[in-house]
Design a protein around this ligand. Structure first.
Ligand SMILES: *Cc1c(COP(=O)(O)O)cnc(C)c1O
Length: 394
C-alpha cells in the first residue's frame, strides 16, 4: 500500500482517512483499489500463511479498509473486517474461555447484550451487567466472586442509547490487574473522536454500518487490535465461523471512510447546537449529550474524547392528553426532514423511540428518543424539530 504505518502516524486522522489504503504509487495504477470478485486464487504449492488460498480466508478488497482502520485506531496491525457489527461482536466474545466471566454495560448495544445473555443461558459464560458510568460498581463486578474474576471487560462509551460515559483508562487498568481482556465498542465515536487502544483497551470494535461507512447503504463490522496473538485468534474465528464481508460492501466502506472527517466535523457541530436549543424546550423532560457542560459525563468525556459525537437523547414530556411514550411517538411522526428509522451515523439525520424494539433493555425509558445528527444544514434540522415539538400540546 502507498501509506506506510510510519507515514500515517505522522499525519492527522483527517488526512489518513483520505490517504490510507490507496494502491501503490506506480505508473498508470488506479487511485482507488479495485473490487476483486473471486472465491479462490491461483496456487500450486502448499498453502502457507501468506497465501490467499480461498475467498473465506482473504480478499484483496478487504485489505485497504483494514489497513486504513488499523492506522486510524493507532494499532500496530491492520483491522479485521466482518459481515456485520454483530459478527465482530461474536468473534470478540469467542475470546472468553468456556464458563468465563464477562462484565458488560447494562446499556450496551442491545444486540451485544442479547448475544451475551444467550451465551450465558447456555452456560457458556457468566454475564455480569453493570452501570458502566459507575467506576466503583464496575470494579466490584471485575473482582472475584465465587472464586471467579472477570475474563473480559466490555466497554461502550458513550453507551447506546443512554450516552453513559465509562472511565476507559481506570477501567482497563482494573481489568488488566484482574487478568481480563478489554474490548471497547467504539461505534459511536469513531477513531477520530476517541482512540480506545491508546486508553488501554486490547480490542476495538466497530459497527462499520454506522459512521465509518456513513451512508446507510451497507452492513459491516470490524475489530482492531495491536496484539498479534489476539488478532490470530480472531482471524481464525472469522475464517471458521464465516462472518466475512462481501467485496462490494468492503469497497463502499472505504469510499465512505474518505469523507469521515468532514461528516464528523459537521454532525458534531450541529449536535452541539441542537443539544443547547433542545435543552431549553419545555416539551422535553431531559436532554442527554456529553457535550453539554451540565451533562454528568461531560468532564470524563472531555478527558478521553476529542469531541462529543453526534448522538443525542431526549425524554419527551406527556402532552396533549397523551402519555409520555405516546407523545414521543407523536414527535417522531410529526417530523418532515428527520427520518424515523433505526440505526445511526449516516449522512441523513435519523430519529427513533428506542423502546419500540422489544429487545431494548427495560431500563431505557419508554419516552426516550435517540437522535442521530446527520450533515444537513443545522437550521433546517432545528426548524423541523421545533415545529414538531411546538405542536405536541395541541
Ligand atoms: C449497530 C451497532 C452494533 C451492531 O452492528 P451491526 O452492524 O448492526 O451488526 C454494535 N454496536 C453498536 C454501538 C451499534 O450501534
Amino acid at each position: 500500500m502507498s501509506l506506510s504505518d510510519q507515514h500515517a502516524a505522522s499525519l492527522s486522522a483527517e488526512t489518513v482517512v483520505v490517504a490510507a489504503g490507496r494502491p501503490p504509487r506506480e505508473h498508470d495504477a488506479p487511485v482507488n483499489p479495485p473490487i476483486v470478485l473471486s472465491s479462490t486464487y491461483f496456487g500450486t504449492g502448499a498453502l502457507d500463511d501468506g497465501d490467499r488460498g480461498y475467498g473465506r480466508y482473504s480478499n484483496p478488497t478487504w485489505d485497504p479498509f483494514e489497513e486504513a482502520l488499523g492506522q486510524l485506531e493507532g494499532a500496530a496491525l491492520p483491522g479485521l473486517l466482518y459481515s456485520s457489527g454483530l459478527a465482530a461482536v461474536s468473534s470478540a466474545l469467542s475470546l472468553i474461555p468456556n464458563g468465563g466471566v464477562l462484565v458488560m454495560p447494562s446499556h450496551s448495544y442491545s444486540g451485544s447484550l442479547v448475544m451475551a445473555a444467550e451465551l450465558a443461558e447456555k452456560g457458556l459464560l457468566e454475564l455480569r451487567t453493570v452501570d458502566i458510568a459507575d467506576t466503583e460498581a464496575v470494579r466490584a463486578q471485575i473482582a472475584p466472586r465465587n472464586g471467579k474474576a472477570a475474563d473480559m471487560l466490555w466497554l461502550e462509551s458513550p453507551t447506546n442509547p443512554m450516552l453513559g460515559i465509562a472511565d476507559i483508562r481506570a477501567l482497563t487498568q482494573a481489568a488488566h490487574d484482574a487478568g481480563a481482556v478489554v474490548v471497547t465498542d467504539n461505534t459511536f465515536s469513531t477513531p477520530l473522536v476517541q482512540q480506545p487502544l491508546s486508553l488501554g483497551s486490547d480490542v476495538v470494535l466497530h459497527s462499520v454500518t454506522k459512521y465509518l461507512a456513513g451512508h446507510s447503504d451497507v452492513v459491516l463490522g470490524a475489530l482492531v487490535t495491536s496484539d498479534a496473538k489476539l488478532r490470530e485468534t480472531l482471524l481464525h474465528h472469522r475464517i471458521i465461523h464465516g462472518g466475512i464481508a462481501g467485496p462490494f460492501e468492503a469497497w463502499l466502506a472505504l469510499r465512505g471512510l474518505r469523507t469521515l472527517a468532514l461528516r464528523i466535523e459537521r454532525s458534531q457541530a450541529s449536535a452541539a447546537v441542537l443539544a443547547e436549543r433542545l435543552s431549553a424546550h419545555p416539551a422535553l423532560e431531559s436532554v442527554r449529550y456529553p457535550g453539554l457542560v451540565s451533562d454528568p459525563g461531560h468532564d470524563l468525556a472531555k478527558s478521553q474524547m476529542t469531541g462529543f459525537g453526534s448522538i443525542l437523547c431526549v425524554q419527551v414530556a406527556a402532552a396533549g392528553g397523551l402519555s409520555a411514550p405516546e407523545t414521543a411517538d407523536k414527535l417522531v411522526r410529526a417530523l418532515n426532514l428527520w427520518l424515523p428509522a433505526t440505526s445511526l451515523g449516516g449522512v441523513e439525520s435519523l430519529i427513533e423511540r428506542r423502546r419500540r424494539h422489544a429487545a431494548e433493555p427495560v431500563s431505557v425509558p419508554e419516552n426516550l428518543v435517540r437522535l442521530s445528527v446527520g450533515i444537513e444544514h443545522v437550521e433546517d434540522l432545528w426548524a423541523d424539530l421545533k415545529q414538531a415539538l411546538d405542536a405536541l400540546d395541541r
